[in-house]
Design a protein. Structure first.
Length: 73
């Protein structure tokens, strides 16, 4: 998949290897999206940058969420 292309939720699930609920949780945490009408799309480069920035953040709640893999079950 090209970096410039927009991904749907199922494509992002496959890209990140996570379940749908994790995508919704990440959206609540500020995951960058592109709205096209009622559809939501994601840019791969924006998602990767956002996740990288989260890794560096000092927020203990975010760190514990990212380090605890139970949300992936």
């Amino acid at each position: 998949m090209k970096k410039e292309s927009l991904m749907t939720i199922p494509e992002l699930m496959d890209f990140l290897k996570v379940k749908r609920n994790t995508i919704y949780t990440l959206r609540k945490m500020g995951l960058p999206t592109v709205k096209i009408g009622r559809s939501v799309r994601f840019r791969a480069d924006s998602v990767v940058k956002w996740l990288s920035d989260l890794e560096e953040c000092a927020n203990p709640e975010v760190r514990s969420y990212l380090s605890d893999n139970t949300h992936l079950l």
